[in-house]
Design a protein. Structure first.
Length: 452
């Protein structure tokens, strides 16, 4: 495909497109992380197509994709082996009045990766499966309260989580009061919750690790904390839910559950496991998951997940094909090598520009994240936006992180490093004169904020 690297000025067509989106769709998109307030003004209004590690905007300008569908595309855009299986399923029909044959194949294949768990439930988005896990925990324990780390960004758009964020408008306090928070990777913080609410907490849900864990100075490694947290939950009669929505198919295969040899009661899966197709899953131990079944006559029914589109055959086919690629190719190894190469190169150019106090890159090969600081060495969205702007201007669709996928090449990373070096030259000038002198438009805003 031809790549047009033209002006970074927003065309009339792009402006009209964006205006129409906002007139018809609240927020102008279907996940707030893709919103206009999350990107600099010169960012593409929309993406028209993608192939491998490249995407094209409405004007035909191409960009190296860094976030890969908000981390959901683990192999690459329009990845041929996945498309072949999807097309096979499309020709057979995508939705039926009874379970599709492929549902059993998908369940067996996925559960073969997670021997700790015996049952699985499919869905179309992550919030559905995390909320289903919480419901199962409440049904199993007869308790109402949910605990999660207050310093992790997102677990669900449902009330049990959103009610504890800055965006709690529309959530009754009677619901938000049932959720309590602790400090991530802090066992004493979690222990104090159980002491404060004895016999009331149904479950703890947490991501197993973050990109910042590689630079964490806490007393425990993620694996040690998670094993201790699971034991603590069980000592207090609560269930433990491992949220692998981001870490699945990235930290390890299939995820941190195998990396650290964990045995949670339930686990939630989504991004990356179907190469961008809408497929999420809840897995768990039989005695918990069976509560959502219909075989135990006379038992009180738990209405778990009921979704007409939850097992669309083409998405299940995408999941199977993606799993097969991970089983037969060194996808994890490739992605981690790409991440390490990027980290090394970026740190060299940061040192060269003597900006280590102002620009920081994480030491996490599976999700390379960046921090940007002002002249007072404080985190600043204005400088973060400036960095994004300069990268996007040069053809790198950058939102503050780089998520390696199987289609990323060393050439892609070298392009990113070269562009980052040029961005730092502007950044250095901005530290002296202020980012306002260089930024087109306004700085980005936090997704979770009380006021627009």
């Amino acid at each position: 495909m031809k790549c047009y690297n033209g002006s970074d000025r927003t065309t009339k067509y792009s402006s009209e497109f964006s205006s129409k989106l906002h007139a018809l769709i609240p927020g102008g998109c279907h996940t707030y992380s893709k919103g206009d307030d999350q990107f600099p003004l010169i960012a593409p209004a929309a993406i028209s197509r993608g192939l491998g590690s490249t995407v094209w905007d409405l004007e035909g300008k191409c960009y190296l994709d860094c976030s890969m569908g908000l981390t959901s595309v683990s192999l690459g855009h329009a990845y041929e082996p996945v498309l072949r299986r999807v097309n096979e399923q499309l020709r057979l029909g995508v939705n039926f009045q009874r379970p599709a044959e492929i549902e059993l194949e998908t369940a067996e294949k996925f559960l073969s990766l997670v021997p700790q768990h015996q049952m699985i439930k499919f869905a179309k988005n992550g919030s559905t499966v995390t909320s289903a896990a919480v419901k199962l925990a409440r049904a199993k324990t007869g308790r109402s309260m949910v605990a999660f780390p207050g310093n992790h960004p997102f677990y669900s758009y449902d009330d049990w989580f959103i009610g504890r964020t800055q965006c709690d408008k529309g959530v009754p306090t009677a619901i938000s009061d049932l959720s309590v928070t602790f400090e991530a990777c802090n066992l004493e913080s979690l222990r104090s919750l159980f002491s404060r609410y004895p016999g009331e907490i149904a479950c703890v849900i947490t991501e197993p690790e973050k990109s910042t864990c590689s630079d964490c100075l806490c007393d425990h490694s993620p694996g040690e904390f998670l094993k201790a947290a699971i034991e603590l939950c069980h000592e207090n009669g609560a269930l433990f839910i491992l949220d692998e929505m981001v870490t699945g198919f990235k930290t390890h295969f299939p995820g941190s559950i195998s990396k650290y040899e964990l045995s949670p009661d339930l686990a939630t899966w989504g991004k990356g496991i179907a190469n961008g197709f809408s497929f999420c899953a809840l897995t768990g131990k039989r005695d918990v998951m069976a509560l959502g079944g219909i075989l135990n006559e006379g038992q009180e029914k738990v209405f778990l997940i009921s979704s007409t589109h939850g097992a669309e055959t083409h998405s299940l086919g995408a999941a199977i094909a993606t799993i097969d690629e991970f089983l037969t190719k060194d996808v994890i190894g490739h992605n981690h090598r790409i991440g390490r190469y990027l980290i090394q190169g970026i740190r060299e150019v940061i040192r060269h520009h003597k900006l280590s106090a102002y620009v920081e890159v994480s030491n996490c090969e599976w999700l390379v994240s960046f921090n940007f600081r002002d002249s007072q060495k404080k985190a600043c969205l204005g400088y973060r936006t400036l960095a994004m702007q300069e990268m996007i201007r040069a053809g790198i669709l950058f939102q503050g992180s780089f998520v390696p996928c199987y289609s990323h090449s060393i050439s892609d990373v070298n392009k990113f490093i070269f562009t980052f070096k040029g961005m730092l030259e502007v950044y250095s000038q901005a530290l002296a004169a202020g980012y306002e002198q260089f930024l087109v438009g306004k700085p980005i805003k936090p997704v979770f904020r009380r006021y627009l």
